[in-house]
Design a protein around this ligand. Structure first.
Ligand code: ADP
Length: 353
């Protein structure tokens, strides 16, 4: 439809509290070798900064994200690439044809009228939890080398036996966090969640560091040292471990607990140290709550998704260490290459229903 040799067959949206995720599939795309990170192969992932592609079957999935507060950028992207035509019955003109696009996330409800008005398309709303689970199951079954562990800086891909996938705990870290016990295709229960999630990291981080973008805040955390801000066991025990209960001197006793000096103000702490402490606090907390929920239901595998993770080494390391520490090595934290697109992919596969 857009004059190129790509033929967009479907598009789906996940309009979240912070980000809009867009997925579309184009058939017969040989153009996707540019912007790649991995070597192209039938199932390889091709990544660029904001727009991702991976080749699958006889076409390619394309991934894009936009800030929800800049929804017009998303509308423009859809219009420029004429993606909305994919929802029309005969790929025709949306003004004469009823165009329907699958969409999930709260924004599918909030922005339905805007999509109708600006692009003439109807958002066909799919339940958010249904989509998260469908998207995770799709990735775990259909995509080679999707899930991996991250231990001591090493990524190790997991071979998933389709007959031995369930049950598992899915933890989606978006603006907020959902924890879902998944027992099968469309068989799941949201067992827990926490309001301290990606939105908290970004919101608090912005207030405390004056960073202008999420990536800037994340980048800062690379360079920081959380020991300046966090109170460690060693700070309390004069540099010693509290060995009797298995706490090393390096264990954080109290996140931000050292930032209490009378003669130090916020400006006296480095933004990079603050960012690192904050990232550590939130990742640790989510790792711990996830493990407690896995324990409640005897689940050994915990898959983490959501755009908070962003393939960020320090985040994944902290979550892995937390799960490993609290479970005494019994449970595993697993990450997904397409972590941020579970809901959008779930909406996409719902066309098949
Ligand atoms: P939601 O569906 O609630 O928007 P997402 O899975 O899209 O959730 O994750 C949103 C979170 O991802 C943010 O709260 C933030 O922590 C993180 N994030 C990652 N990249 C960005 C970005 N470019 N802009 C804003 N937040 C981002």
């Amino acid at each position: 439809p857009n004059g190129s040799k790509d033929h967009v067959s479907h598009m789906a949206l996940d309009i979240g509290g912070t980000l809009i995720k867009l997925v579309y599939f184009s058939r017969n795309c040989e153009c996707s070798v540019e912007d790649k990170e991995d070597k192209p192969s039938n199932d390889s992932l091709l990544v660029s900064n904001d727009h991702k592609k991976f080749q699958l079957l006889k076409g390619s999935f394309h991934f894009a994200k936009f800030e929800t507060s800049k929804i017009n950028d998303c509308l423009e992207f859809i219009q420029c690439n004429q993606l909305h035509f994919s929802g029309c019955k005969h790929h025709g003109d949306p003004t004469n044809d009823k165009c329907i696009i699958k969409a999930t996330g709260g924004g599918a409800h909030k922005y339905g009228d805007l999509f109708k008005e600006k692009l003439g398309i109807c958002l066909d709303k799919e339940d958010e939890m249904d989509c998260l689970v469908a998207g995770a199951n799709f990735l775990l079954k259909a995509v080679h080398e999707e899930a991996f562990t991250y231990i001591n800086g090493q990524k190790e891909f997991l071979q998933i036996d389709h007959d031995d996938l369930y049950p598992y705990l899915l933890v989606n870290i978006g603006s907020g966090v959902s924890m879902i016990k998944v027992d099968g295709d469309s068989k799941f229960e949201r067992v827990s969640g926490t309001n301290v999630g990606g939105g908290t990291f970004w919101g608090l981080g912005r207030l405390l560091t004056k960073c202008k973008t999420f990536d800037e805040l994340l980048e800062l955390s690379h360079q920081g040292n959380n020991r300046v801000i966090d109170m460690l066991v060693g700070d309390i025990y004069g540099g010693m471990d509290y060995a009797k209960i298995g706490l090393s001197s390096m264990t954080i006793a109290s996140s931000f607990g050292k930032a209490i000096s009378d003669n130090k103000e916020l400006e006296d702490y480095k933004p990079e140290d603050i960012s690192r402490s904050l990232l550590r606090m939130i990742s640790n907390n989510i790792g711990q709550i996830s493990y407690l929920n896995a324990l409640r239901f005897g689940l050994k595998r915990i898959f983490f998704g959501g755009f908070f993770i962003r393939g960020h080494a320090y985040t994944m390391d902290t979550i892995s260490v937390a799960v490993n520490f609290w479970s005494k090595g019994e449970a595993k934290a697993l990450f997904l290459r397409h972590e941020g697109f579970l809901g959008a992919l779930g909406a996409f596969v719902s066309y098949e229903k």
